[in-house]
Each structure stands twice: as structure tokens, then as C-alpha cells.
Design a protein around this ligand. Structure first.
Ligand code: GLN
Length: 544
């Protein structure tokens, strides 16, 4: 029946950041046994890998539950491409991590398996909180998360780890249970930027792989076009080059290149360069609209200090204006639930989901005709989904309904376009996906006048906090009454999601008193232009 089994409940008490654990490591690491084209050689460095439980795995002890009672015993018949890709690069699966049900939440407390806690008693952030804690507490070297509106970056900020969200369409989502398709990305968490960079743009070269199974995965031709926009770029930081490859035996990435053909687009990160060399002359934009009233003063100070440190290293700090920022959060919370309501329609207890409400609530009803089928669906969905998921389905169904569509869904899409245009206007690099839009100053609110005062707004990256506050204590989160309080945590992460841009959260030092003996943690976010992931990771590595 509905819910989580008692064995699962028992496990939940023990392991709240893992939903299931892989059996102890076999003598021969499983990645050597991958039948199709194994890329890992015995000498390839292996690493432990935790996988968010909305990403499909096929190990029999690892169901794919999405943190939902609906899928509590769901075993996927296939493995997500990203999991296969990481196993081929030496990843050894250690378990599936707890999350907000279907990725909906900001504190990882909306799970049928109970809330995620970290030793530090603070919220682990959401929705990839289990992945972040697994990395923070040393149980995995790398963890996979999903980032639709900040779900990798926020947990990274709240656990003192690194969380990277790639450009939309770069990493395959085949096998990732969709939440909001136009926003969903797979992201990586680790304790250092280097570990992420190595897999994505270094030897692992994940950035280069098109997946024909994912219709939103950029084709090889589109990847080449995106990269060529970067090729022509002369200003600021030079593009990372594959220089490290000369000596030694070939790395994993080189063996891969040998096998699949080389490309002039091959890039690797340059983490070995000194921070000064990496950031000298690089222009960091400080979005003025991110200095909101709700910003915790200690976060504001830490942000200013981070900018000052970059300036001391030779970077240029440029105030920029992103006027649509203040509408981005509302637009996100219209678009994401709308797409979610459509995605979740299939969980009806008939075609999908292990939950089915019996008709014992009303024995007179059978489930054979359409009307009674409706009762079955409603009862099943009423039981199977948690409160937050139901709230999103209602919200999404409403904003897509004929009477509300124009005022909500279509308005939100317009805001989304403005958000994208704001970013394109401030980045020195062109967005390879669209032509620069004809743009007139009169389109924008008065804030743009400031921009003229502050000079040109051509920047390489944006620098801002990941979240407006420190990670709150978990007990305070649990006592929160309004879901809107949780939505506020995403105010700085959703703009990059709406625009499909790459972004990373790295730990940021804050001068704040301990709270109940627990020290403060916060994240610093860097956002780059579309497909500028290699430089983003290189710079983040240098400044972290
Ligand atoms: N907190 C946001 C939400 O609940 C983001 C979630 C995510 O990125 N998966 O929608």
C-alpha cells in the first residue's frame, strides 16, 4: 500500500542522506565490467560516486525513488547516461541520495524518507541535499545532483561544498526523472572545483558528449558552433588550452580522444596556474539588483570581501544592472510548477508508480469505469504525493488553465526572455544560441541609468552570493509555516536557470557568530555566459 515500508523507515532513521546504499565494493570494480566500450582502464583513478535518487540506476539494491512514496520500490530498467559516463571514468557507486520529492524544495525536507540532516544541524539545502551531505561528510568524492532552479548550488552553499550547474543541454538528462524540462540540468557536487573540472572539461571531457537519447542534449554540430564563439574571443581570460597532454602516459581523456577522434575544441581546465595568472584582467560583474533588502549583512560583507580579494589579484570589478532579476523568482515559480504538473500527470497508480490507493475508502466503488477510474486516480495521487508536490501540481494546473494562462504562464515566459536578455547584455561573450537582440535603452527601467554612470557592462562572469542568508538551522526550517519562505532561498539561483547559463557555488568565508555552536556556511556564486563552462570552472578553481 501507500508509503514507505517499515524496512525503509528503519533505514531512514539511520541514513537520512542516503535512501539506499550500494553493497560493499566487489573485488573487481564494477566499471571494468561495463560491456559497451569501457573507457576506464585499470590504472584510471577510481572515485566514489553518490547519485541523487531522481537519477536512474540499475543496481538491484538501488531503486530510483525520487524521494516519493509513489516510487518507493521503483527499479529502473535502464541506467541514466550520466551515471554510465561517470562509471566509465572510474566512478564507483556508493548509494542513492535523499532529496526533496521530485526535486521540489530548497531544504531537502520534503521527502517521503524524512528530512536530510547534516552533522552541522543546519539545513542541507535542497533539493540535492543528500548528495551535498554525502560529499561534505566524506562518503562520496563526487555526487550527482539535479539543478532546475538551484538544487545543486544551494545545497553546496549550505554544506560548504562545491556545486556546479552546467549550461543547459551540455550534460545528458536521459534517465533523469524530469521536473521542469525547460530548466532541468544534471550537476556535480564535490569538495573541490578541481574534481568537477577534471570530469567535465579536463580529462573526463563530459562537456563534449552528445547523447542521442536526450533530445535536449546539444548535437555535435551545435557544440562545435558554441565552442567556436569562444574561439574567437580575445578579451579577458584566455581560453583554457590542452597543454598538459605532452608528457606522461595518456590520460583517460586522451585515450578517449584517441578512440573517438580528436577535436580542435579539446580543452582542459588550468587549475595548475596561479590564481593571479587566472584572474588578471578578468572582469567580474556585481549585479546591483542582487543587493536586496533581505540579504543578510554578513553575506553582503563576505560578498564585498570576495570582490575585493579578486581586485587585489588583478581582476576588474564592474557593477552591472540586471533589471529583470526581481521578477525572476516569481517567473520561475510559475514556469517550474506548470511543467511539473504536466510531468507528474503520469503518476496515476495505473501506468506508473508502485502506489495504488485501494478502493477500501469506499467499498461501493469499483475501478472499472471511467468515473470510478477518476476516483482511483484522485485517491492514489492524494496518498502518493507529498504536500509540496501537490501544491506545485495545483499551482501549475491553475497557471496553465485557460482563464489564467495569459496572466501567469505567458507573463512568466516574457519575464524569462527579459532575464535572458539582461544576461546577454552584460556578458562580453555573445550567447551562441541566439542573435544579439536589437535593444533600446527605453525598454528598460530607470535602473539602467546607473549602468551608464558605471561605464561599460561587458563582463566575463557575474559574482554574487548563492543564497541571501546563511544556511538556517534545520529545526527553524522545520518550524517554518509558509512555503514561500523556502522559495526565497532560490532568489539568486533561478536567474541563471531561466537563462540556461552555467553557474557554480564555491564556499565563501563569512564572519558570523556561531549559532548553537554551529559555524556559519555560505556560498559564492559565479555565473558565466552560455557554454563558457570551461572558463567558469577554471576561474572558480583559481579563486576557491
Ligand atoms: N528550490 C527550487 C524548487 O523547489 C529548485 C529545485 C531544483 O532545482 N530542483 O523548485
Amino acid at each position: 500500500r501507500v508509503g514507505v515500508s517499515s524496512a525503509q523507515q528503519q533505514q531512514r532513521r539511520l541514513l537520512n542522506h542516503f535512501i539506499s546504499r550500494a553493497p560493499p565494493l566487489p573485488e573487481t570494480p564494477p566499471h571494468n565490467g561495463v560491456p559497451d566500450e569501457p573507457l576506464s582502464q585499470p590504472q584510471a583513478k577510481s572515485f566514489t560516486l553518490a547519485v541523487k535518487d531522481n537519477i536512474a540506476t540499475t543496481t538491484s539494491s538501488l531503486p530510483t525513488t525520487c524521494g516519493s512514496a509513489f516510487l518507493a520500490s521503483h527499479h529502473s530498467p535502464f541506467e541514466a547516461t550520466i551515471v554510465t559516463q561517470l562509471r566509465r571514468r572510474g566512478g564507483v557507486l556508493v548509494g542513492k541520495t535523499n532529496l526533496d520529492e521530485f526535486g521540489m524544495g530548497s531544504h531537502s525536507v520534503n521527502s517521503a524518507f524524512g528530512p536530510v540532516a547534516q552533522k552541522a544541524k543546519r539545513s542541507a539545502g535542497g533539493s540535492s541535499g543528500g548528495s551535498a551531505v554525502a560529499v561534505a561528510e566524506g562518503e562520496a568524492d563526487v555526487a550527482l545532483g539535479t539543478d532546475t532552479g538551484g538544487s545543486v548550488r544551494l545545497p553546496a552553499a549550505y554544506t560548504g561544498t562545491v556545486g556546479y550547474k552546467p549550461s543547459y543541454g551540455m550534460l545528458s538528462r536521459h534517465g533523469v526523472v524530469p521536473y521542469a524540462n525547460s530548466l532541468d540540468t544534471v550537476g556535480l557536487l564535490a569538495r573541490s572545483v578541481g574534481a568537477v573540472a577534471e570530469l567535465v572539461v579536463g580529462a573526463g571531457r563530459l562537456w563534449a558528449e552528445h547523447d542521442p537519447m536526450d533530445p535536449t542534449s546539444l548535437s555535435a554540430a551545435a557544440r562545435a558552433r558554441c565552442a567556436s564563439v569562444r574561439e574567437g574571443y580575445q578579451g579577458g581570460l584566455p581560453l583554457p588550452r590542452d597543454e598538459s597532454s605532452q608528457s606522461q602516459s595518456p590520460s583517460l581523456g586522451e585515450r578517449y580522444t584517441q578512440r573517438h577522434g580528436s577535436s580542435t575544441l579539446a580543452r582542459s581546465h588550468e587549475a595548475e596556474k596561479s590564481p593571479e595568472a587566472m584572474v588578471k584582467g578578468v572582469r567580474f560583474g556585481i549585479p546591483l539588483e542582487y543587493n536586496i533588502e533581505e540579504l543578510d549583512p554578513c553575506i553582503r560583507d563576505a560578498w564585498a570581501a570576495a570582490a575585493e580579494r579578486l581586485r587585489a589579484l588583478g581582476a576588474r570589478i564592474v557593477p552591472v544592472s540586471l533589471p529583470s532579476t526581481r521578477h525572476a523568482l516569481s517567473a520561475y515559480y510559475v514556469i517550474a510548477p506548470a511543467e511539473a504538473s504536466s510531468n507528474l500527470a503520469k503518476y496515476d497508480g495505473v501506468r506508473y508508480g508502485s502506489v495504488r490507493a485501494d478502493s477500501d475508502e469506499d467499498d461501493s466503488k469499483t475501478t472499472t469505469d471511467a468515473a470510478d477510474g477518476g476516483v482511483l486516480y484522485a485517491a492514489t495521487r492524494g496518498h502518493g504525493f507529498g504536500e509540496e508536490v501537490k501544491r506545485r501540481i495545483l499551482l501549475g494546473s491553475y497557471t496553465l488553465s485557460s482563464e489564467a494562462m495569459d496572466n501567469y504562464f505567458l507573463q512568466a515566459q516574457k519575464v524569462r526572455r527579459l532575464v535572458r536578455r539582461d544576461f546577454d547584455r552584460v556578458f562580453a561573450l555573445e550567447n551562441p544560441l541566439h542573435e544579439p537582440e536589437a535593444f533600446s535603452l527605453s525598454d528598460l527601467p530607470d535602473t539602467v541609468a546607473m549602468e551608464n554612470k558605471f561605464g561599460p557592462t561587458e563582463v566575463d562572469f557575474l559574482l554574487c552570493p548563492t543564497a541571501p542568508t546563511l544556511a538556517p538551522l534545520l529545526e527553524n526550517v522545520m518550524a517554518q509555516r509558509s512555503p514561500v519562505d523556502a522559495y526565497m532561498n532560490d532568489v539568486f539561483t533561478v536567474p541563471a536557470s531561466l537563462a540556461g547559463l552555467p553557474a557554480i557555488s564555491i564556499p565563501m568565508e563569512v564572519a558570523a557568530e556561531k549559532e548553537e555552536g554551529v559555524s556559519a556556511v555560505a556560498g559564492l556564486q559565479l555565473i558565466g555566459q552560455f557554454w563558457d563552462d570551461a572558463r567558469l570552472l577554471a576561474v572558480a578553481g583559481a579563486v576557491s
